[in-house]
Design a protein around this ligand. Structure first.
Ligand SMILES: [Fe+2]
Length: 140
């Protein structure tokens, strides 16, 4: 999995869910994560971390709205996963980002979380959305 992040396009191909509104936001999120370079000791790390938190909140809100509109049966569980992730991510905002180790931890946390969450929880949601759209509108 670690090698995949070296190539953003390959990583995105792995995570593509064929629900354009979700894929576009995941792609943007991947871009932010790939732009976070643990080796860079400058203030950029904090700015990027704050932007990742802001965008992730926005993205989660969008997914939760989609789930509500579609009557997704696993909304509560999926929302709990989002809340847990945000809590864990916010913990990095109060840590010392001048430490290379902390920056690396944050980077690895995001990479692993994003990959696992998209491949499991978001994939289940995407399957549901495609199926429900297919049955109600005759097209995926
Ligand atoms: Fe999600």
């Amino acid at each position: 999995m670690t090698e995949l992040i070296a190539d953003r396009n390959q990583w995105m191909a792995l995570l593509r869910l064929e629900v354009p509104v979700i894929d576009e936001q995941h792609n943007h999120l991947l871009g932010l994560v790939c732009g976070f370079d643990p080796a860079d000791p400058s203030d950029k790390a904090r700015l990027l971390l704050m932007e990742i938190l802001r965008y992730t909140r926005e993205h989660f809100r969008m997914e939760e709205e989609l789930m509500t509109e579609a009557g997704y049966p696993h909304l509560a569980g999926h929302r709990n996963l989002h809340d847990d992730l945000l809590k864990e991510a916010v913990r990095f905002a109060v840590r010392d980002l001048s430490s290379r180790l902390v920056r690396q931890e944050f980077h690895d946390f995001l990479r692993d979380w994003l990959t696992n969450h998209v491949l499991q929880a978001d994939r289940a949601l995407a399957d549901f959305l495609r199926e429900s759209r297919g049955s109600s509108h005759g097209a995926a």
